[in-house]
Design a protein around this ligand. Structure first.
Ligand SMILES: Nc1nc2c(ncn2[C@@H]2O[C@H](COP(=O)(O)OP(=O)(O)OP(=O)(O)O)[C@@H](O)[C@H]2O)c(=O)[nH]1
Ligand SMILES: [Mg+2]
Length: 323
């Protein structure tokens, strides 16, 4: 059977999947987001999509896509139906869910994603996956208040099954149209996944490993929610911005002191940027960030090369947890 045709049988799985990472989109919106992640060559091999709507899935170009249920006609917005179809076709999921890092993407608010996510997560817990990440979008209030409330309740009930959660809340995005919201939602989910997974699987100048991310997620903080933002510019700009990082965090955090855990990824053009500039940048910006953080906070940093970045420009990808 060709892998890029959607199977009418419940699932088709490759025989061997020893991948250290799997990124799994469940439902229509999540499927489109994960499909878009193919733009990044290094992510391609980790991508999987599951859905119930055959027509929607035919529009995706990624090779590993699987139908939940047998008819491909959708969930009818019925979470219970989606859940029971998902449970029936669970066998073989252990070939796709990685035992090392599994990242599940769901756009909350629909029948398929909301109906199936718990089953996937429970399977991952059963398999003993070391790092279980959940990335969700929350429906906009204008879509339906009740839908949003249900999504928040479901999200709360999933907390105990995962190590880390990243939320893109449509109510907080600066967009006026639904298509604008979805575009920005896609972008934010992709940036988060690309940069966090990239820090593990890409070789850097000063690298990160899975246990660094595991420590960030599991220790020194009671929350599972991760905040993420990115800053990019020259030394002067970054020195100034990094002196008050809390302005990039949700308003419930009042100062850099609230940050309990941080992963700082520094990316620049190592072939072009002068060593002296890198040294000053590290001394001033990175050291400055460390000094502003609470003494008990746990900071891990890594350095990566990107030859597409302009000379003497640095990008900081910042993941934080706040208590
Ligand atoms: N970022 C983004 N969000 C989307 C997109 N499509 C839908 N959404 C959001 O995702 C929510 C759920 O929609 P779907 O992903 O289609 O739902 P589903 O899981 O496929 O479930 P059903 O369609 O009910 O079977 C919506 O309420 C929107 O808020 C998309 O293409 N991009
Ligand atoms: Mg859908």
């Amino acid at each position: 059977m060709e892998e890029n045709t959607i199977s009418t049988k419940p699932f088709y799985f490759p025989k061997e999947n020893k991948s250290i990472v799997s990124i799994i989109g469940i439902g229509g919106g999540a499927g489109r987001i994960v499909n878009e992640m193919q733009d990044y060559e290094f992510l391609k091999r980790y991508l999987y999509v599951f859905g119930m709507n055959r027509k929607e899935m035919e529009e995706l170009s990624l090779p590993h896509k699987y139908l939940i249920g047998t008819d491909g006609l959708g969930s009818g917005k019925n979470k219970r139906f989606a859940e029971s179809e998902c449970k029936k076709t669970l066998q073989g999921l252990d070939k796709i869910i990685s035992e090392i890092v599994s990242c599940f993407v769901v756009c909350l608010g629909g029948g398929t994603g909301e109906g199936c996510i718990k089953t996937f997560l429970q399977k991952s817990v059963e398999m003993g996956t070391k790092i279980k990440l959940l990335v969700v979008t929350l429906p906009h209030s204008s879509e339906d208040i009740e839908k949003r409330r249900n999504a928040l309740d479901l999200l709360h009930s999933l907390e105990e099954l995962v190590d880390g959660i990243f939320v893109v809340d449509y109510d907080t995005l600066p967009c006026n149209t639904i298509s604008g919201l979805f575009k920005e939602g896609n972008r934010r989910v992709i940036e988060f996944v690309k940069n966090l997974i990239g820090s593990i699987v890409n070789r850097g100048i000063l690298c990160f490993d899975i246990y660094d991310v595991g420590t960030f997620l599991k220790y020194n903080s009671d929350t599972r929610y991760v905040e993420y933002f990115s800053l990019s510019g020259d030394i002067n700009y970054l020195r100034q911005e990094s002196s008050n990082l809390s302005k990039y965090l949700p308003s419930k955090y009042s100062s850099d002191d609230d940050i309990s855990n941080m992963i700082l990824l520094i990316t620049f053009n190592n072939n072009d940027t002068d060593d002296g500039t890198v040294g000053i940048f590290l001394d001033e910006t990175v050291h400055g960030i460390m000094q502003n953080l609470n003494k008990e906070s746990n900071l891990k940093w890594g350095m990566y090369n990107d030859s597409n970045i302009e000379k003497n420009i640095f990008r900081l990808d910042i993941f934080t947890k706040c208590n």
